[in-house]
Write a protein that binds this ligand. Sequence first.
Ligand code: UD1
Ligand code: CA
Length: 458
Amino acid sequence: MKLAVVILAAGLGKRMKSKVPKVLHSVLGRPMIAYVLDAVRKISSDSVVVVVGHGAEDVKKIIGLEGISYVEQERQLGTGHAANCASGILSGFIGNVLILNGDYPLITSKSIKKFISEHEKSGSGVSVLTSVVENPTGYGRVVRDGLGDVERIVEERDATSEERKITEINSGAYCAKSSFLWDALSGISSRNKQKEYYLTDIIEIASNNGRKVSGILASDSDEMLGVNDRIQLSVIEAILKKRTNDALMRSGVTMVDPSSTYISPGVNIGADTTIYPHTYIYGDSRIGKGSTIGPSVWIEDSKLGDGAVVKSSCYITQSVIKKDVTIGPFTHVRPQARIMDGAKIGNFVEIKKSSVGAGSKVPHLSYVGDAKLGKNVNVGAGTITCNYDGYDKYETIIGDGAFIGSDTMLVAPIRLGRGATTGAGSTITKDVPEGGLAIGRARQKIIENWRAKPRRKD
Ligand code: UD1
Ligand code: CA
């Protein structure tokens, strides 16, 4: 049977106390809705519709347009109203409609697939994914009749004290036949404590109309944990962190302290790599085999080859670092840096939008920006590429095997040929030819017996 997916993501999430729409709050460096979409992308569906409202433009920008249709819920009148916003775009669709909340990032494609197949087997008009939890506070409770069939879902605020004792909760995932769904949604009211249109009411409508309803128990109750406040956000992050770190450790990565190691799911790390504490590896990143990272390192959207050594307190973003490179301690590798095989970038160095050739060394206290360094270049301590005149940025090009004396100021645009040398303390403003030596500093003067002269009369 055909399948359409509707993801509800229009709410602000009042309990988050934030200007940022709830579904964009991040879990291990990614907005929580990205996880729900990942799971959805792994199941085959004919259409994916995301209902947006609060921060709609930001949500669209962050999750992108590929394979997704958006509908806007202008006023957040409740989950039932939100789901109904997708009725127009899906009016011609005949099949099952899977409705998911955007706020449970732990849900997996495996559970969704199982839920859909059980719904299909049951022949129900609507199925709801449920879970039995120790503490059901905040969730809608699943009310079953004497025969164990699902009768309705009652929200906590509308529940009697007896109903509140029910520990089977509504996870917020539903699968319904399109022929039933849109009719049912047009029949719900907002007569409840929150004066909202509850999506959950379609369950009662179905059972009142003699339609079969299935309450399908999820096999992993953790997956169903929703995020309504920042405490739940931290709980979910801890669960996902453990899941991700355990999988990496099983694949051959050593983590000295997994509890303080934060890695986005999907980051690939090679075997025999060791990660020291307080390290974050986020986004579209990869680390090769046999590397050593940390402690206290931040790596984001960067690719590091095998044998990388990133020492304490480095910050690396949007860069490519090839094989056997040593970085740090205390190094800032900014976007668009390319560090080639065997290079060494040492302490208190900043690299930006530059390539550093194989075997080159920038070991201490330097700024290298908008530069291209060839192979086996040695950059002395305190060297700076003066790349900015207050209006524009200019390039520095340094040939293979060049030797840059300590404390050289390279005033860009500038080009140094292969094997060029600069004298320590030079300010270089003109190109240096291949093999040439450039010295640009005041000649040293000696004044004899300077100390012996009386400097003032007492
Ligand atoms: C909802 C369920 C509850 C269930 C819980 C599971 C209802 C009435 N209640 O409660 O039974 O146990 O999820 O986590 O459905 N949204 C919109 N537009 C709106 C309102 C909400 O798009 O007008 C979106 C939110 O962005 C969110 C999702 O719907 O992604 C769920 O909304 P939320 O307010 O978190 O519902 P809960 O109170 O958690
Ligand atoms: Ca919720």
